[in-house]
Design a binder for this molecule. Structure first.
Ligand code: AP5
Ligand code: MG
Length: 214
């Protein structure tokens, strides 16, 4: 099963993608997590990506597309995968479609998690992220068992650098300009599923699993 998560920053893509990946036994591939791991490890890619991410801008397509096409060619993707945060521009979607076509494959579901902008700003200030394993929490809606510590791997949780309100506003405007057109792209491809991201995390997950099947 090949799935894409669409939706604004903070819509809950990562939260649902982790749960879907676990239930269906497929890898969760988040380009944001890959870039953040590269920044943490001080790689050349991380150095380049950081310049864009800290401003709330997209990392250029040429740094992103090959990385993902290579990742979805790894052996652990044989049963499928869930892409979270990619594609984010029409050229990225076209690069993915072309790479899949070459193998006679296609995306099965593009899940668009819909949340109004007003809710997003509130959510982001309460988010705490684990830069080690990519798990995400919220101080009120999804608190870790021990304050400030990741339930999954025990690392310290942090506030993401791009979660400051002014950067969130920039990310939202970039989303509307560059990523929202993908909703029509995947609707035309017959893969679009729209879900209500304002629902409680478990209720939404239940709705998504009904769509994906057991
Ligand atoms: P990325 O890491 O992908 O960030 P994003 O798309 O901005 O989305 P977020 O991770 O902020 O939100 P999310 O939808 O995953 O929400 P979450 O589950 O955490 O990208 C970061 C940056 O990297 C980009 O700005 C760009 O620079 C670069 N980048 C990445 N991919 C790229 C690409 N393909 N091309 C170019 N550049 C790229 O949830 C948010 C909060 O809400 C959490 O606190 C969570 O606990 C809470 N929450 C989740 N669901 C619910 C719910 N149902 N109810 C209440 N609270 C909830
Ligand atoms: Mg995320």
């Amino acid at each position: 099963m090949k799935i894409i998560m669409l939706g604004a920053p903070g819509a809950g893509k990562g939260t649902q993608a982790k749960k879907i990946a676990e239930k269906y036994g497929i890898p969760h591939i988040s380009t944001g997590d890959i870039f953040r791991a590269n920044i943490k490890n001080g790689t050349e890619l991380g150095r380049k990506a950081k310049e864009f991410m800290k401003q709330g801008l997209l990392v250029p397509d040429e740094l992103t597309c090959d990385l993902v096409v290579d990742r979805i060619s790894q052996p652990d993707t044989s049963k499928g995968y869930i892409l979270d945060g990619f594609p984010r521009t029409i050229p990225q979607a076209e690069a993915l479609t072309d790479a899949l076509l070459e193998r006679g494959e296609k995306i099965d579901y593009a899940i668009d998690v819909e949340v109004p902008d007003e809710n997003i700003i509130r959510r982001m200030s309460g988010r705490r992220a684990c830069l080690a394993c990519g798990n995400t929490y919220h101080v009120e809606n999804n608190a870790p068992k021990v304050e400030g510590i990741c339930d999954a791997c025990g690392e310290k949780l942090t506030l993401r650098e791009d979660d400051k309100p002014e950067t969130v506003k920039k990310r939202l405007s970039v989303y509307h300009a560059q990523t929202q057109p993908l909703i029509d792209y995947y609707r035309a491809a017959g893969a679009l599923v729209e879900v209500d991201g304002t629902l409680d995390i478990e209720v939404l997950f239940n709705d998504i699993t009904k769509i994906l099947g057991a």
